[in-house]
Design a protein around this ligand. Structure first.
Ligand code: SF4
Length: 210
């Protein structure tokens, strides 16, 4: 039997598929909607889809998704028990020197335009814990001046009184691996600490993530 949350999310998603609230709808790529357990009590919010996600129409399925899956597996968190979404639903790109589309950080105006959809997802799923993956997500959910290097791993309150924590985005770690191995190792350990903190807080709230 289809439950109320499924109906409400499908209605919201159908509205989102036709969204023209910012210029990213002109990109010609898929809207990448959230996915997972509609009754999840933990929600992950990334910054926005990358190339692979835009092609697949699903969040965290490319290289960033592989890294996220490794973090979740290492810290004993079952991805199927989460709702996973992004602050913006279209792929934000710029052209590199060879004229190829590459990822870019979403503009504040794009995040603001797209906020209506993440707010809708928060209302329907009603999670108790939010995990902001990357600075744009933390700036959208916690504080527009949020600095990920200073405040990741700390607990804050979300728009609906959720417990919120922020950590690095996998794409940052992927770039760091190529540039500075020692910094990459340190950041990797910090992310695992952050996800362990999520698992611990979930345990305190009797949320089963295994
Ligand atoms: S990024 Fe968000 S606000 Fe912009 S067009 Fe896509 S769905 Fe709409």
């Amino acid at each position: 039997m289809t439950d109320e949350r499924t109906i409400a999310m499908e209605r919201l998603r159908e509205q989102g598929l036709g969204c023209t609230r910012c210029d990213l709808h002109l990109s010609g790529t898929h809207v990448v909607w959230g996915e997972g357990d509609l009754h999840a009590q933990v929600m992950l919010i990334g910054q926005g889809p990358g190339e692979q996600e835009a092609k697949a129409g699903r969040p965290f399925v490319g290289p960033s998704g592989e890294v996220l899956n490794e973090w979740l597996a290492t810290t004993g968190i079952d991805r199927s028990k989460l709702w996973i979404s992004n602050t913006i639903k279209h792929w934000a790109t710029s052209l590199n020197e060879r004229g190829r589309r590459v990822n870019r950080t979403p503009k504040t105006s794009e995040v603001q335009a797209c906020r209506i959809w993440i707010e809708g997802e928060l209302t329907i799923v009603a999670p108790k814990i939010l995990v902001c993956i990357g600075a744009p997500s933390a700036q959208a959910i916690i504080d527009k001046k949020f600095k990920i290097t200073e405040s990741r791993g700390q607990w804050f309150k979300g728009p609906n009184d959720e417990d919120v924590i922020a950590t690095f985005h996998p794409s940052y770690l992927i770039r760091l691996r190529a540039a500075d191995v020692a910094a990459y190792d340190a950041a990797w350990a910090q992310v695992l600490d952050d996800f362990r903190a999520v698992a611990e807080r979930a345990g305190e709230l009797n949320i089963d993530l295994n």
